[in-house]
Every structure is written in structure tokens, then in C-alpha cells.
Design a binder for this molecule. Sequence first.
Ligand code: GLU
Length: 307
Amino acid sequence: MDLQSVVDDIYADLAPRIGEGKVADYIPQLARVNPAQFGIAITTVGGEVFSAGDAAVPFSIQSISKVFTLTLALGKAGETIWNRVGREPSGSAFNSIVQLEQEQGIPRNPFINAGAIVVTDMVLAGHAPREAIGEILRFVRYLADDETVGIDDAVAASEQATGYRNRALANFMRGFGNLQHPVDHVLGVYFHQCALAMTCRQLSRSGLFLANSGRDAMSGHSVVSNRRARRINALMLTCGHYDGSGDFAYHVGLPGKSGVGGGILAIAPGKASIAVWSPGLNKVGNSALGSAALEMLASRTGWSVFE
Ligand code: GLU
């Protein structure tokens, strides 16, 4: 299969739609991003990279970072993390507080904001906030095999200044005893992880271990066990797209995680890790063009977890 032609064709087919969707505007710094951008990159388990469009432009990965912090927290605390966060799709918006009250401060899954904030609290254990941010950054640079990956401080500051709902979620959970560190510390780390800036090429490289049974396909290093990689993929499939997770599984059929910066990381187990980015979002907060691109990719390559 000629994957370069596949990504070139997807780019060409979607080019007339570039700019579609609505850029997230509740984080002021994200509202300033030019919507007319679209990139796609595939890193295969054989180590080849194929890309098209704006695949070398860094963007704010936002909630995609939740996959990396979940991986870190599982490494630190193992399966005990499931005492504090669930594994069920929420069927609610990413920043909803409604279920948290009914379910006594235990968030539905690690990929909605409340769940990710609990996971960040776990990564913070034994660290000052600055050290935890450093640990997350080092881990993502290691996965990307690229020391140039950084954090966009303007985006982090913009979220610090306006993150009222995240502050409400965190305080609520602290009230239920499900946060062990001060709310400001946890959110400081959370906002910085969300502000990681990466290109599609870097992001697809970072997800490669999930496509290769937990092992970095290039270096051969084991990042997580095969079983853990499968489980992270299962959570991405069921919970990775906010209230659009079922729709994404139906149309794309691959584990994926999206972010309000317009990026999506998708995993084709045994085949490749794929990153797409276009800032305009659909109604449930997933990249409009990114979702369309992944649906085309899945149908043109035949990649699916349901073969
Ligand atoms: N930093 C964003 C927030 O907490 C992440 C949202 C997202 O990408 O889903 O609101």
C-alpha cells in the first residue's frame, strides 16, 4: 500500500473544506489560532513516516496529553488508579460536573477533564508541581524521540486565567477527598500538560508504542506491557472523543484521543500511529476535518480494530 499517496489524496480531497468547524474559544489563546490549517502524519511500526499538509506545524495538543499522563500514572500506581477514576464512557461534555456529584467525586474515565485532573494528581505524588511538569515533558520528548517538544507558556497562562470550570471540578473532587494535593498545584500541572505543543509528525511518533504492543518500534524499548497497551487503546476507543466516542468508533473504528486544539491521535494496532490536526471543531469538540480525514484513512487502508 502506498501510504504517501493515501495521505496526499486525503489532503487533496479535504483541501476545499479547510477552515470548517469552529475553533475553541473558551481558552482565549486557542481562539487566536488560524483555522485554515490541516496536517496529517502516519508513523508505521516499520519506522516509516508519511505526511501531508501542515504536519510540521506545532499545535496545542490539549486533551491528547491525557493519554500520556494516564500512561505515566499507570506506571507509578498501577491498577490502583481505578479506585479513584472509572473506565466508562461519560456520555457528557468533557467539562461536565453533573455526574461527579451523583458519583461522589469519582470521575467516569481518565479522558474527561475531571478524570484527567485526578490522574495529574497521581503524577504529582512525591513531586513539586514544577518537577511533575518536567517529568511529563521528559516522557513526551522520549516518546517523540525529539528534545524540541515544548510547552506553550502563553496557552498555559491563558488557561490558568480562565479555567473556572476546571477549578470547579478540582475543588469539587478535593471536597470528596479524591485529590491529594492543593487544587492550584494540580491545575498548574494540568494546564501545562494540556499546553504541550507538538506537530503531527511528533505526535504520531509518540503514539507508536500503542500501535506496537507497548514497545517503541524504533528503539525496541518497552514503554508499557502488551496488556497495558491494549487497555489504554480500549479506553481511547470507548472514551477518547468526549460525547462523540461512539460515533468515532462507528465511523473510524480505531482507538483515538482528540483535543480541543483540533488534534487527534489514532492508533491502528500492529500497523501505525496517526496524528491529524485542523483547529475547527465539530459540535462535540472534535476536529471536524481531522475526524473526516481519519474516516477516509480507515476506509482507504482497511485499518480497523474490528476486522
Ligand atoms: N485544557 C482543556 C480544558 O481543560 C482541555 C480540553 C480538551 O482538549 O478536551 O478545558
